[in-house]
Design a protein around this ligand. Sequence first.
Ligand SMILES: [Zn+2]
Length: 293
Amino acid sequence: MQITDHIHALKIPFAINDPAGRKVPRFVYSYLICGKKICLIDSGVAGSEKIILNYLEKTGRSPQDITRLILTHSHPDHIGAARAVKRISGCTVLAHAAEKSWIEDVELQAKERPVPGFHSLVGGSVRVDRTVRDGEIVALEEGLALLVLHTPGHSAGSISLWLAGEGALFSADAVPIPGDMPIYQDISESFRSIKRLASFPEIKLLLSAWDEPRFGGEAYRIMDDGLRYLERIHGCVLKVARASQSSSPIEPCRQVLIELGLPQTMANPLVAASFQASLKAGMERSRQDLLEN
Ligand SMILES: [Zn+2]
């Protein structure tokens, strides 16, 4: 789907297994910035190369037009097809240094962050050819350049990208959607990152990995909703932790999900780890503290 003169969005469906082994449908957005050459932002899960190639064919482009693949972070739904895309196109792969080890060694990631069905989501390791850092400009071609914004929280090396010419902000997984599965590694960093993104004055278009494109004022509303959602989650986690006697993280995780009105199918180790991260941020820190710092 073409969004602006240069930006195209690809909605990629996939499924993850819940703890009972049932398939839970999910989706992720990858983006193409199409000029003379193409920059792909995230690759989707394993097998997504077929969706990407089909789209290129439909729009009269060739796979070799992809010269860059920027991975916003190392999670399976973003890097799953990276190896295949690089093999087919010969593109250069870019990512933040803090995500490099899990991209270049997916077995290490599977061991340290065992997402259910990991190996069906990830098609192999891929070399990061260039690491990028906050404030760096990735010049795509005359008149098209991306500003790299380090937006940690969801993961340590998560990046967002700002395409000034089109007022487009690619926020990857930085901004949570109310009602969606809460996944973050450091809640304070998440707050800071969303607030930083929301402080950009001229966002015309917010392009998230897990939401449809949002235009104008709606973009700011989505970021504000994301902040409020994190604030609510954090409050519930602290409340449940104060009342809980359980030593295992899954039981309080179930309780928090009930408090938030979220389905019990979300009670998995990743969500439990996010809630543990809230606890780590400090039992004593109030929600207001978190918002202000
Ligand atoms: Zn992610």
